[in-house]
Write a protein that binds this ligand. Structure first.
Ligand SMILES: Cc1cc2nc3c(=O)[nH]c(=O)nc-3n(C[C@H](O)[C@H](O)[C@H](O)COP(=O)(O)OP(=O)(O)OC[C@H]3O[C@@H](n4cnc5c(N)ncnc54)[C@H](O)[C@@H]3O)c2cc1C
Length: 285
């Protein structure tokens, strides 16, 4: 079993500001972190590794300093890491990103056949959630999105059963391997790196693949050349003029009643529909 996990290094969005005059994103001094959703993907791969001895490879397309994110993944227990970095990859939109990532997965697959590609649900900077599905389409592999639980994995029959969050409920789907899976947050809890992992990661020389090493001969689909998206405008939303109001009352009960009074005043139909709901529940019992 061989699992590839796609990891993106992103600026910590909690610390990003939009310049009030130029409306450009101010990245100076903003620390880079592993996209938080990708840690769930990595942990899920490591859990499979714990159970089956699977090999886990992490890949990232990004600038040379993105090796820090990959090293961190190695400290948690990934077996190998590859950084896809090349001037020809720069300026990529989601389409061009999937072109390079899918190309790299094909190349890895030639060396060690790949069974599953895990991605996070989305990133906290681009936020499009397009990259996982894009990789699956380019590879021609099965795609399972918004996965909230892996129910079973039959390595002999090469089948996986998952739960995915769908509108109005949970779907249980079975798929053959190889497949691409995009994982929801909260599916697991990330482990801590141990000392041995940290030493190994510190010594690991992260291989850097340019387009030749990644087996991408046609550069027409990569980087700015392969990116049809045009960002027309970036702007910060207008701050809301709502101010916090103190809740009157000396006791918790008085405060709760005052809060309810205010909610019912702001939403005149709320009290009526709550009473209806309670009556329906009472009738049902
Ligand atoms: C015209 C244009 C130019 C751009 N130029 C640049 C640029 O020069 N530099 C730059 O950093 N960004 C650039 N971007 C942003 C970049 O295209 C996106 O960040 C990237 O395509 C991923 O999209 P996303 O963040 O929405 O990922 P999503 O689709 O939300 O991500 C889903 C999952 O895919 C995986 N994933 C996504 N991106 C990567 C990656 N790079 N490596 C490994 N796994 C990944 C992760 O597992 C992630 O959780 C540009 C965007 C546009 C539109």
């Amino acid at each position: 079993m061989h699992i590839v996990v796609c990891v993106k290094q992103v600026p910590d969005s909690a610390q990003i500001r939009v310049h009030p005059v130029t409306n450009t994103i101010m990245r100076q001094g903003v620390p880079a972190i592993i996209n938080p959703f990708d840690l769930f993907a990595l942990e899920e791969a490591l859990l499979i590794k714990d159970r089956t001895g699977a090999r886990v490879t992490v890949i990232s397309m990004g600038p040379p300093y993105a090796d820090v994110a990959l090293r961190k993944c190695l400290s948690f227990g990934a077996d190998e890491a590859i950084l896809l970095t090349d001037v020809a990859f720069a300026g990529a939109d989601t389409l061009a990103t999937t072109y390079v990532l899918a190309g790299a997965v094909r190349q890895i697959d030639r060396q060690h056949p790949v069974d599953i590609v895990f991605t996070g649900k989305q990133t906290i900077d681009g936020d499009t959630a397009q990259v996982g599905p894009g990789i699956a389409i380019r590879l021609g592999w099965q795609l399972l999105t918004y996965v909230s639980r892996l129910r079973s994995l039959d390595t002999a029959a090469r089948r996986i059963t998952i739960e995915r969050r769908a509108e109005g409920g949970v779907q249980v789907l079975e798929s053959r391997l190889p497949c691409v899976i995009t994982l929801l947050e909260g599916i697991n809890e990330m482990r801590f790196a141990d000392m041995a992992g940290m030493f190994r990661a510190a010594r690991y020389d992260v291989p850097r693949w340019d387009h030749t090493l990644a087996g991408i001969d046609d550069l027409g689909g990569a980087g700015i050349k392969g990116s049809p998206t045009v960002v027309a405008q970036v702007f910060a939303p207008t701050p809301k003029a709502v101010t916090a109001l103190p809740i009157p009352g000396d006791t918790p009960r008085a405060k709760a009643e005052a809060l309810l009074d205010r909610m019912f005043a702001d939403h005149p139909k709320l009290e009526e529909s709550l009473l209806d709901h309670l009556q329906t529940m009472g009738a049902a019992r």
